[in-house]
Ligand binder design. Sequence first.
Ligand SMILES: [Zn+2]
Length: 421
Amino acid sequence: MPATSITDLRLRSDRLLDRFLRYVRLDTAADPQSQTYPSSAKQLVLGKLLADELTAMGIEGVELTCDGLVIATVPATIAGDVPVVAAVAHLDTSPEAPSDSVHPQVIENYAGGDIALPNGAVIAVANCVELEQMVGDTLITTDGTTLLGGDDKAGVAIIMEAAHTLMEHPEIPHGPLRVVMTCDEEIGHGTDKVDLTQLAATVAYTIDGGGRGQIDVETFSADAVTVTFTGHNIHPAIAKDRMVNSTRAAARFVESLPIASETPETTEGRDGFIHVHDIHGGVGATRVELILRSFDTEQLAQYAHRVQQLAEAAAADISGTRVQCAVRKQYRNLREGLERLPEAVSLAERAFSNIGVSCTREIVRGGTDGSQLTEKGLPTPNLSSGQHNIHSVLEFANLNEMCDATKHLIELLRLWGEKRS
Ligand SMILES: [Zn+2]
């Protein structure tokens, strides 16, 4: 059989859509307060479904690990020592927006203009200018009450469809594709249970980026801080000179943090920030959660130092309050690791060119599983997957972009196959 050229390959976009809808209907929110792995048992439900689907495609030895990861290998169709390429997506969704009972809405042949969702919420073109480029495309939104979970079920669906297409087209010459579905990426634990020795991959790609044709070559470096103020609770009737109200110190602390700059709301591009995102507590104790982000890893220590100073000043203002700051490392900028394997990016660019999609190198104001994998020694850029407005009830995905991403992954695998030694 002659080798199918990527431009002739007909993708099953209907099957890709069905797949995506099936996956987003399953709630897989990560739970940042959980002590288990994965942090929520519901991630295992999607993992089991994917493992069954991969097996049904004819892939042997599909593994659903005890930690909830799905690992499978689409075998090579060419002989020789060919680099193993891993494609990585995460099963969990963000806990930052509601995610139970996702009701996906499919808009075929999008006519342009604002999109009214069933609950009355509106995705406005003014706030989402990329919509202007999507007239005629198939979009998937929610009913306005939940996130969609396209972050990262778009990536999950793209990898699954690429695997299925490859299994159906043994005439496409390629090396092994390692399918890797991870858990708890949204809470910074996406690669905790990934065994790089077991993967034995030369390169990996996370399929977890926005839009189309973007190759993310840098991510933030990231730490998290928990600031705990401890007071003393006692019945208000007998509280005189005895009660120490930790909520007051916490409020003072939050008020003292940067607000006109160095916040997510006031920064873009290469600027970093200190972001307070959760306050929980009462008179006796109040916990304030922050995240620190910068493209420059050394700046994180400066941010942490400032947070500590401001927390101590707030505690000193409210007599009797004690404070504790705990800094946790989350992930690091993937730039330095990628410099060790320039083909990780250059072949991705060539694959886009071969499928007729223009591409750009981007920096991502966030982290991906790839930030951590690269740090552990596996170069892992992040690729577009048609996600938009993520972590929001206004989230949507673009099926046309997802189709291009699926084609790109197949072509990228073929190009790596030419690197056989
Ligand atoms: Zn993601």
